[in-house]
Design a protein around this ligand. Structure first.
Ligand code: SAM
Ligand code: SF4
Length: 329
């Protein structure tokens, strides 16, 4: 049963999309995501159990959440992941997944059974050597094979590409060429600042630079209609089967239509990707209380854009946030 959206912030934005991080562990070490020295892993007892994830999700669904995206760390590392997917699919929401793709082959059958069709795979380069440099691990062939298999089986696959100057920005056109004969969406993501990721915008590639590179190659670019909640602007080269999008969080944030709420693996609610304030839903849940008042209180404190962070002046702001690996994107 669909529930009326009730999680509404002071700007009138109704929140219907919940992103849940299942773990802060990962089998890759992408340098833009994780501090070089690693992150302190959360103790198991402080991580939501699968039953807790389902119960907390149920309360969110009663408040109008209709979409749940599972992320991490690497969500497919979570033990008994299949149990969780089955339980969540019974809640009647649209389920989505963001993964590095390494373990996808183990789960395609389950996804077909449970109706999870939308999968974002992080793939920053089409070059095996570069992939090992970026992620400090060598899983490129396996990931590529899984992406191909996902497309072959008809899943809606998006590739997430974080562009870093001098590392993978020469590959923008190669990524778009992948969309010529395949129903694939490539999402270019502007490099964002998080705790310990040594962010420096001079390493970032802006929406404007991406579009300049693309329009120098193809003049027949179409702008696609996007939903008001979309985090990206979407385009298609005329005649290509797939499409590409740009997530311009730094140069043109997409906050106006934001409908997203985040839940970390240790059960903290964040009303923005950049929020430094967190509300301890899990602690509350474990004392047997309803979460709804806390959820409303959190959403009322949501700022209009990027938690009020001013990127030019405010390095302290993002250093007070978590590392991306423990938020989940
Ligand atoms: N491990 C999964 C994966 O890589 O898809 C899920 C978690 S990962 C934190 C979610 C997304 O965040 C990935 O697409 C990743 O590329 C993106 N991401 C991580 N650090 C980022 C950064 N500094 N700026 C922009 N996107 C980032
Ligand atoms: Fe792991 Fe994903 Fe972060 Fe890479 S981007 S380190 S795969 S969580």
């Amino acid at each position: 049963m669909m529930h009326k959206p009730q999680i509404i912030d002071s700007f009138g934005r109704a929140h219907t999309y919940l992103r849940i991080s299942l773990t802060d562990r990962c089998n890759l070490r992408c340098f833009y995501c994780m501090p070089e020295e690693g992150v302190e892993l959360t103790e198991r007892s402080q991580i939501m159990t699968l039953e807790e994830i389902v119960a907390i999700s149920r309360e969110f669904v009663e408040l109008g959440i209709d979409t749940i995206r599972l992320t991490g760390g690497e969500p497919l590392l979570r033990k008994n992941f299949a149990f969780l997917i089955k339980e969540l699919s019974d809640l009647g929401v649209t389920l989505k997944l963001t993964t590095n793709g390494i373990l996808l082959d183990k789960y395609f059958d389950l996804f077909e059974e449970t109706g999870l069709r939308k999968i974002n795979v992080s793939l920053d380069t089409l070059d095996k050597v570069k992939a090992a440099f970026i992620s400090k691990r060598d899983y490129f062939d396996r990931i590529m094979e899984n992406v191909r298999e996902g497309i072959r089986r008809g899943f809606e696959i998006k590739l997430n590409v974080v562009l870093i100057k001098g590392t993978n920005d020469q590959e923008i056109l190669d990524f778009i060429r992948l969309t010529k004969h395949q129903n694939l969406n490539v999402k270019f993501i502007e490099f964002m600042p998080f705790k310990g990721n040594q962010w420096d915008w001079s390493k970032g590639v802006s929406e404007q630079e991406i579009l300049k590179t693309v329009t120098n190659e193809w003049t027949n670019l179409q702008t696609l209609q996007s939903s008001v909640h979309s985090t990206s602007k979407n385009f298609q080269v005329s005649g290509f089967q797939g499409s590409f999008g740009i997530i311009s969080t730094i140069t043109h944030p997409f906050c106006e239509g934001c409908n997203r709420i985040r839940l970390t693996a240790d059960g903290k609610m964040k009303n923005c990707l950049f929020a430094t304030q967190e509300f301890d839903l899990l602690g509350h849940f474990r004392t047997g209380r309803k979460l709804t008042p806390l959820i409303h209180e959190n959403i009322q404190s949501k700022k209009f854009s990027r938690d009020g962070m001013n990127l030019e002046m405010d390095a302290k702001h993002y250093e007070l946030n978590r590392s991306m690996i423990s938020i989940g994107g």
